[in-house]
Write a protein of this length. Sequence first.
Length: 242
Amino acid sequence: MEHSVVSRQEWLEARRALLQKEKEVTHARDRLNAERLALPWVKVEKEYVFDTPSGPKTLAGLFDGRSQLIVYHFMLGPDWEAGCPGCSFLADHLDGSLPHLNHHDVTLVSVSRAPIEKIEAYKRRMGWRFPWVSAFSNDFNRDFHVSFTPEELASGHVTYNFTETPTEQAHDELPGLSSFYRDAAGNVFHTYSSYARGPEELIGTLMILDRAPKGRNEGSTMDFVRRHDEYEEKPKAASCCH
């Protein structure tokens, strides 16, 4: 992008005009957040049991004594060699949020279909601390439309991000985020889910880049992203599949 070089006064005038638009976006986000909180809930009737480093846990058990649970559907399939670079990029931002979320009655957990041993190995490689469990032995990821069978992928379309998505735009695993509430009686309710670029605001690095002189400087969405221990390797196209 070509940029004109102007006086400080001209820059201030342009910046103040942009500030008004930024404020409009902030206020629009506040309104959107209020609408998100007002969404109706769905009671989770099905029982899911997850494999965790400390043994099997139900969905209610993942709350870890809190009333709110946020699940990040991390793309790591049973036969994948490593986690999705894009999901790994997002996950790099989670550990610092944990004490703040926990203090605010929120538990954050990642869920993948890979066996727990594979999850633990990749977690050690990346140096992460956030809770991460396996849905290998249940239908959780399929029921929340982020994991797909070979038959579904061969059908021509899958349901993802609340729409029918052509399978050429899909993988066996896709990213997402789901929120749940547990009441005093132990009932669990599904309150919210977001897919595709929906959870993008969790990625603080992107928010910083949006304020850098060159912005995200990408040809396609997050094409510059690598796993954080691969930036010194020969450049290759980033991918969210194995």
